[in-house]
Design a protein around this ligand. Structure first.
Ligand code: NAP
Length: 433
């Protein structure tokens, strides 16, 4: 019997479990541990609430979680309730699938003003992550700046720009939908330090900016290189650029109240304000011969009451696990950290790729695990249960999550799939009585 503890129940964790079930057959026991009482990681708290078809992948994970060889142990925090060293002492293999939940800091003067936040916090707020339920981003000014040219920046801008009717059938939580319905926001600036050719958007996400009920994209022709240069782009990027060129040619729709301005070739210089954000001073940039952004010396101020930095994420360090501070992830060689300790997904490679990328990642890690000898003779799940019981840790198992799920579905507003329970104590009451 090979015993596996997988820390983190997001896509990387579940795909690793699925792969281990396939590769190791009946001779495996898998415990999937999560600090939250709810499973699915970024599927629940990261994927945009209006992208329900992507969230549907969680049904596939349910098949894994309900397999007789698998247990889900929610509400168990690694580093607090149990250490990694204890886990490696109990299980043959420990896989850290903890993602990259921390925001990369914006790192410009004024970043500590109220109204400056990272996308992990902002996305966590509208997605009902318990850690961000009280974020209350200021929505009382007309301008908002979202820094970054990736899909997360587009997600943030789109959620800020949509009408209540457009969000009605999403699982955005009411504590976000209510203030968004009263929002004063009229201009959302998506700030890119490089140009359309370098943007990290994907086609569906950029296309959606042209399909919004009350918002319209503003893209400037002057930001594009000559059209012939598009031929050198790989297909996906070329299609993104085609859509952006169409937006530029069409111009913004004057009949729409909200503008989403794609401000290419600008980087944040300084957040302005005394206690609260009042504006963002930006530097105009251009590309150097290596395709990197360099300053032109030309500055401008964008008035705004909210700055969201969507510039990438970092894995949170865990005591005793070697960490590459510059890259923001665990030190590892193809997923191997030390004998019996592995990492997978964003914790292994950094915050890149789609949900499907984590499937490949999980399956190839399990090939490596299966090819390595198991230490054997370890206490496995019985040992963990004893340790957590001695420490008085209440475990949320998968049946507990299914009860939480039923409660959330039952209290959904009309048309919505669920209304998430966002307070940890309320979630905990479901399984502690
Ligand atoms: P990302 O795609 O890596 O984009 C990060 C952006 O931040 C880049 O445009 C980068 O610019 C910019 N940036 C980094 N540091 C900066 C700084 N100091 N100042 C200004 N700009 C800075 O990251 P992400 O948007 O967080 O997305 C993470 C991953 O999740 C990606 O793989 C993404 O595709 C995926 N995702 C997918 C979906 C979807 O499929 N629907 C939705 C959300 C996220 P440079 O290029 O110049 O470095």
């Amino acid at each position: 019997m090979r015993t596996l503890a997988i820390v983190g129940s997001g896509p990387a964790g579940f795909y690793t479990a699925e792969a281990a079930l396939k590769a190791l057959g009946d001779d495996v026991q898998i415990d999937i541990i999560d600090q939250l009482p709810t499973p699915y990681g970024l599927i629940r708290a990261g994927v945009a609430p209006d992208h329900q078809s992507i969230k549907a992948v969680s049904r596939r994970y349910d098949a894994v979680a309900t397999d007789a060889r698998v247990r889900f142990l929610g509400n168990v925090s690694i580093g607090e309730d149990v250490s990694v060293a204890e886990l490696t002492g109990l299980y043959d293999d420990v896989v850290l699938a903890v993602g990259a939940p921390e925001d990369r800091p914006l790192g410009v003067p004024g970043s500590d003003l109220a109204g400056v936040m990272g996308s992990a916090a902002f996305v966590g707020w509208y997605n009902g992550h318990p850690a961000f339920k009280d974020l209350a981003p200021p929505l009382n000014a007309e301008g908002v700046v979202v820094v970054g040219n990736g899909n997360v920046a587009i997600d943030c801008a789109r959620i800020l720009a949509k009408t209540v009717a457009e969000l009605q059938d999403s699982d955005i939580v009411n504590h976000a939908l209510d203030p968004l319905s009263r929002s004063a926001v009229k201009r959302v600036h998506i700030l890119g330090r490089r140009g359309p050719h370098q943007a990290s958007f994907t086609l569906k996400e950029v296309g959606e900016l042209g399909e919004l009920a009350r918002a319209t994209p503003l893209v400037r022709e002057a930001d594009f290189p000559p059209a012939e240069a598009d031929a050198g782009l790989e297909t996906g990027q070329r299609r993104v650029v085609e859509v952006l060129r169409r937006f530029a040619a069409a111009g913004p729709d004057a009949g729409k109240a909200v503008t989403i301005s794609l401000d290419f070739f600008h980087r944040p210089l300084r957040v302005l304000g005394t206690t609260q954000v009042e504006g963002l001073e930006v530097m105009k940039t251009r590309l150097d011969e290596h395709g990197q952004a360099i300053d032109t010396g030309q500055t401008a101020v964008i008035p705004c009451g909210l700055v969201v930095a969507a510039i990438g994420y970092r894995t949170a360090g865990i005591p005793g696990v070697p960490f590459d501070d510059r890259a923001g992830r665990f030190v590892n060689s193809d997923g191997a950290i030390s004998p019996g300790l592995w990492c997978v997904g964003w914790a292994r490679r950094g915050p890149s790729g789609t949900i499907g990328t984590n499937r490949q990642d999980g399956f190839s890690l399990v090939d490596r695990i299966a090819a390595s000898p198991a230490a054997g003779g370890k206490a496995g799940r019985d040992g963990l249960d004893a340790l957590l019981a001695a420490r008085g840790v209440a475990i949320a198992n998968f049946a507990d999550w299914q009860r939480i799920n039923s409660l959330e579905v039952a209290r959904a507003r009309p048309g919505a799939p669920r209304e998430k329970i966002v307070a940890l104590d309320e979630l905990r009451r479901v399984f502690t009585g």
